[in-house]
Design a protein around this ligand. Structure first.
Ligand SMILES: [Zn+2]
Length: 339
């Protein structure tokens, strides 16, 4: 059984004992884009017990340059990334239990998914979700690993509740908010470098080698040949609302309103309905086709072509309105289609 992991077990800090620990662990990965593809593949090959993947998007042609789990076939089928990632990862290592969740990593969903999780990997692309991950990690005392990249610039930090500062503590001294939008593009090696830092830390945490954990904040620019590593122990702030002595977990406050947001660096608005509940995609497809819309779909989503926009509706009622950054316009389209 351990033949496939022999090289990893020969590595002294892991060994057979470490391999058994890796095998017993459950990792929750938020996001299955570039960082998620590579993180997911490395941990699956390393033989973790269970991987839960959460992603709200589907595979598009512009992803293929760096999102290494996906193929042209996934683009043609418009497969949700979580589903396409699970399919590919199962083919790589069928021993790993993989759960694919198509949806937005809201605080509500994180609360539900956090049970039995040993480690959270940040593979998301937005600030709001990272801060929710940070709060859920502190609340449940589960380590998480921050990773972010744009262009040729990337950074990573490991957060162990009770031991290291949290991301909210770091906000005062580091430009982490600015690392959320991919408007300046990205090259694939930046992703790999961030993932190398994240997965090395992940392995240390999974084998419980706490001494080996990196306590510095690393950042680099692969194009400008700059590397930095900043010690962060002093950044821990007792008045921090996420990890301090009077914590309130501000980023877990629920809001039940319909929510719309422009997705980073894209001509796309996401709309999340106020009520969570499943949409019957078959029924909706029949209804919209009857109204002379051009509708295509798969078991996870419907894609509707309109004059200037393409709308993708997921089973959870969430929609991506492509071709606009105008929230009001996107909402009116949503209401026209879903009533
Ligand atoms: Zn903090």
């Amino acid at each position: 059984m351990y033949e496939r992991y022999s090289r990893q077990m020969l590595f002294a800090p892991i060994g057979q004992n470490g391999q058994e620990k890796i095998r017993s662990k459950h990792v929750l990965m938020i996001g299955a884009g570039a960082l998620g593809s590579s993180n997911g593949e490395i941990l699956t090959r390393a033989g973790i017990g269970k991987l839960t993947i959460v992603d709200r998007d589907y595979v598009e042609a512009s992803n293929l340059q760096r999102q290494q789990l996906y193929t042209e076939e996934d683009v043609a089928q418009k497969l949700p990334k979580a589903v396409a990632a699970k399919k590919r990862l199962k083919a790589i290592n069928s021993d790993v239990e993989i759960r694919a969740v198509v949806g937005d990593a809201t605080p509500e969903m994180l609360e539900e998914l956090i049970k039995d999780v040993d480690l959270i990997l940040d593979a998301t692309d937005n600030f709001e979700t990272r801060m929710a991950i940070n709060d859920i990690s502190q609340k449940h005392q589960i380590p998480w690993i921050y990773g972010a990249c744009v262009g040729s610039f990337g950074m990573s930090f490991t957060i162990i509740p009770g031991k290291t500062p949290c991301l909210n503590c770091l906000l005062k001294s580091l430009p982490v908010q600015g690392m959320t939008c991919d408007t300046v593009g990205i090259i694939a090696p930046t992703v790999q470098m961030v993932v190398a830092h994240q997965t090395a830390e992940a392995l240390k945490i999974l084998v419980e080698d706490w001494e080996a954990i990196r306590h510095s904040f690393v950042s680099f620019d692969l194009w400008r040949n700059q590397y930095s590593s900043i010690k962060m122990a002093k950044a821990k702030d007792d008045s921090c609302l996420s990890c301090g002595s009077e914590r309130t977990y501000p980023y877990l406050m629920k809001e039940n309103l319909m929510k719309s947001e422009v997705l980073c660096g894209r001509d796309t608005v996401q709309i999340r309905p106020s009520k969570q509940g499943e949409v019957d995609l078959n029924e909706l497809s029949v209804h919209l086709s009857g109204s002379h819309f051009e509708v295509k779909g798969n078991p996870y989503l419907l894609s509707i072509e309109m004059e200037d926009n393409r709308i993708v509706i997921f089973k959870d009622g969430r929609a991506l309105i492509h071709g606009t950054k105008d929230l009001a316009h996107a909402r009116s389209i949503y209401q026209r289609l879903l009533g």
